[in-house]
Ligand binder design. Structure first.
Ligand code: FAD
Length: 376
């Protein structure tokens, strides 16, 4: 069976690896660099906390477990860091919601530990205890973080070396050739035609754009800003989440910084200055928790589009009306990717519906568009 995967972010790489492993002859067509879309500029925290409804939580947990399986399978998994993560809120008004969420997560079988400041100091001595003050602190031991570019590189290398997958970067797909309702091939920008028995669209936020021949997926993607410090003499291993600030190590001593309130400072992709207002906003917040970080420690700061299907949930399944054309697009893609890769391969290559995807089919968008009602 010939499978063409469009897009080589963390989702496309996972689908390509699992489809090749399941026996398909896989071709990956990536418009730019491998993992050069949202995946490289993602906070990339593997988690399911706060994710609702329950089937979406379960999908994220399945992803977290699949990361562990994949790391075991490769033996050496330099992309994966299951360090656990630490969360607290400085404002007392946020504590009831934190407690309610932690209890819900625990009821659903998620690892949740309440820890004191002394334990935080043992785990991460660079965190200033004054920044925690008397806030309750939750430790989520199963969570971790991923370096998606390395993830994609290792999976695609394995797909190529073990199962002869054909991986092409700088090969943007411009159209899907559909004849009598069946997707037959894709055409790339250089005019090359790749015939396929199944085509899997893994283009993230670009799924909202029209590829000639097939319908788009309605997306509510939004902007994110991620800052990277210079390599610092830091021993921080775990990510922490304080209020709307997220910080984690990013290899070689760099810290990655994300702050939800900073995201709204931009409305489109644009170059940002390392000494600009957005960078200051991020660094000021970090320095209140990690006093060793200096005001001029920002090495780079980037904008990125966060791929989000319009109802915030994963979209994975065959596109109704276009036989042989499958779409796999999601937010939380880093958490879900290795599971989604397996589930999509089962559906596309083996032809068996995967139970975990039943609530996330693309037809819900078409039904809503045609006035056929909302999904329950
Ligand atoms: C700021 C931010 C923070 C995030 N934090 C987290 C987090 O903590 N945890 C988590 O799980 N998720 C997080 N996410 C979401 C996660 O990063 C995404 O869900 C995931 O990266 C999506 O992967 P993808 O492969 O679908 O998309 P992408 O990585 O965007 O890959 C899509 C690829 O398709 C290619 N493409 C597009 N059009 C074409 C075409 N016509 N032909 C060929 N190729 C094409 C693009 O070039 C791109 O490489 C975050 C995202 C952002 C932006």
């Amino acid at each position: 069976m010939r499978v063409v995967v469009i897009g080589a972010g963390i989702i496309g790489s996972s689908v390509a690896y699992e489809a090749a492993r399941a026996g398909a002859q896989v071709t990956v067509l990536e418009a730019g660099r491998i993992a050069g879309g949202a995946s490289t500029t993602s906070f990339a925290w593997t988690n399911a906390t706060g994710k609702r409804p329950q089937p979406y939580f379960a999908l994220n947990v399945a992803g977290m477990r699949a990361h562990l399986d994949l790391a075991r399978e490769f033996g050496h998994a330099p992309w994966f860091h299951q360090t656990g993560s630490i969360e607290w809120y400085s404002n007392e008004a946020d504590w009831p919601a934190q407690l309610e969420n932690a209890e819900q997560m625990r009821d659903w079988g998620y690892g949740v530990e309440w820890i004191g400041k002394a334990r935080v100091a043992e785990l991460e001595p660079e965190i200033d205890p004054a920044a925690i003050a008397n806030s309750p602190v939750v430790y989520y031991p199963e969570e971790g973080w991923v370096q998606p570019a390395l993830y994609a590189a290792w999976l695609l290398r394995a797909a190529k070396e073990k199962w002869n997958a054909d991986i092409r970067s700088h090969a943007a797909v411009t159209s899907v050739d559909v004849r009598n309702g069946v997707a037959k091939s894709v055409r790339t920008v250089d005019g090359a035609v790749h015939e396929a028995d199944a085509i899997v669209n893994c283009t993230g936020s670009w799924a909202a754009h029209v590829l000639d021949g097939v319908p788009p997926i309605p997306m509510a993607s939004n902007m994110g800003i991620i800052g990277f410090t210079f390599p610092l003499a830091t021993t921080l291993r775990r990510q922490f989440h304080m209020d709307d600030l997220d910080v984690r190590p990013d290899g070689a001593g760099r810290l990655m910084i994300h702050k939800i309130s900073a995201d709204s400072l931009v409305t489109e992709m644009q170059p940002l200055e390392t000494a600009g207002a957005q960078a200051r906003h991020l660094l000021d917040a970090v320095r209140r928790v990690l006093p060793a970080v200096q005001p001029d420690d920002m090495e780079s700061i980037r904008t990125v589009v966060r791929p989000i299907p319009s109802d915030n949930l994963t979209c994975s399944g065959w596109m109704p009306g276009v036989e042989g054309y499958y779409v796999a697009v999601t937010h939380s893609g880093v958490s879900i990717a290795p599971h989604l890769g397996k589930a999509v391969a089962q559906e596309v290559v083996r032809g068996h519906a995967h139970e975990s995807l039943q609530d996330f089919r693309p037809d819900r968008f078409l039904a809503a568009k045609n006035g056929l009602g909302e999904r329950s």
